[in-house]
Design a protein around this ligand. Structure first.
Ligand SMILES: [Zn+2]
Length: 384
């Protein structure tokens, strides 16, 4: 069996073309564009540089980590080359990602894994990439050893809502998505608190939810029970790392209920260490697309760029789980491969541009309903 690197060399040698999506412009939006764009049609997403018309998101990676632990350098500003050098390095790498056809990155690094919101703001501004930051929390060890800001559903809801509506860490930079990290098949009491708080904050603010999901053990199903109990619209939820399952029955059950699936570990299947295989993961994507569910799939690679801040033992883990192409794996390898097995350009566009545009629009389904109402009344007025 080919090793992961051998496989990647083979796919490159097979002449698979690099996708060249038109990179969009970074968010230069202001409050006035928020008002203008909410007046009609597409709605807006919340980026670290402010509200942005959803139609400007472009090609979007929906589950990434620009750096693990960037807030570390706020405490130790001269360590590991210092903060300025770290920012410069991240910006250089992100410029390459942008040149490779990516327009927007959704950074799902929560406060408890040392998110640094000013770092995200700075690298977005300098690189020209749109960045959507998250609120939420990873509720399981070993990384998360911080004290929760609140331990009740109400307290945590308020914390998430504050990061969405007022801003993060007193900066005014707002979160555009809620991330919930849940480790096992069955949700623990603490994770349930987090999931219910995410549901309530999502309903109150119109911001969507993405969860870290143990798909191999069908964990999306146990999370869905709680989310539905809170009355969340499944269209506002993505179960990420879903391709760690290879079970079509599990996938079809969730997409038929209206949930989305983040296929963001596909590169891991290239290594024999991880199951299912790359072939199985991509086959499942193809079968879901063929079954008419391209509108429920996101492509990403859960990678990070700033590994220099990690302790040695974690760096080794990161090297093992991240693709050598980093955030360019989707455009350079995965998408050409998917096209090679028969997925069309239009279906790729749906998964990488249309789905993020709809999903990250603040208000999501309500905005779509309003648009439908506006369109039909416009049609009615021209008819009469
Ligand atoms: Zn992640």
């Amino acid at each position: 069996m080919a090793t992961r690197r051998e496989f990647l060399v083979q796919t490159a040698a097979a002449g698979m073309a690099v996708m060249s999506f038109q990179a969009g412009h970074a968010a230069k939006a202001t409050a006035s564009s928020w008002a203008a764009s909410t007046s009609r049609h597409d709605g807006v997403v919340q980026t670290v540089l402010g509200p942005l018309e959803a139609s400007k998101l472009g090609f979007t990676l929906t589950h990434e980590h620009i750096a693990d632990g960037p807030s570390y350098l706020n405490k130790w500003p001269k360590d590991r080359g210092g903060k300025a050098e770290f920012v410069a390095k991240a910006v250089d790498r992100l410029k390459l990602v942008r040149a490779g056809g990516v327009s927007t990155i959704v950074d799902l690094t929560t406060y408890d894994v040392w998110r640094d919101i000013r770092f995200l703001e700075e690298v977005s501004r300098q690189s020209g990439l749109n960045v959507i930051a998250c609120t939420g929390e990873r509720f399981f060890p070993p990384i998360s050893r911080v004290s929760m800001p609140a331990r009740t559903i109400e307290g945590l809801t308020e914390f998430f809502q504050r990061e969405i509506e007022q801003g993060i860490d007193g900066t005014g930079v707002k979160a555009g998505v809620i991330k919930v990290g849940i480790i096992g098949k069955d949700v623990t009491a603490l994770e349930e608190t987090g999931l219910r708080a995410a549901a309530r904050a999502s309903k109150a603010t119109g911001v969507p939810i993405r969860t870290h999901t143990d798909a191999a053990r069908r964990a999306g199903e146990s999370q869905a029970v709680i989310l539905e109990d809170e009355g969340v619209d499944p269209a506002r939820v993505s179960f990420d790392h879903s391709d760690d399952s290879g079970d079509m029955d599990y996938f079809l059950g969730l997409v038929r209920r209206g949930y989305s699936l983040g296929m963001d570990h596909v590169h891991r299947g290239v290594s024999a260490e991880f199951k299912p295989s790359f072939a199985r993961r991509t086959e499942c994507i193809k079968r879901l697309v063929d079954a008419g569910f391209a509108d429920k799939i996101f492509l990403s690679q859960d990678a990070e760029l700033g590994g220099s801040l990690l302790p040695e033992e974690m760096k080794e883990w990161r090297d093992k789980i991240d693709p050598p192409e980093g955030m360019l794996f989707s455009t350079r390898k995965l998408i050409p491969y998917l096209k090679g097995i028969g997925i069309s350009d239009q279906q790729i566009h749906t998964m990488t541009v249309e789905n993020p545009k709809r999903f990250f629009t603040v208000g999501g389904s309500q905005v779509a309903a309003q648009r439908r109402r506006a369109d039909s009344s416009e049609m009615a007025s021209t008819m009469w």
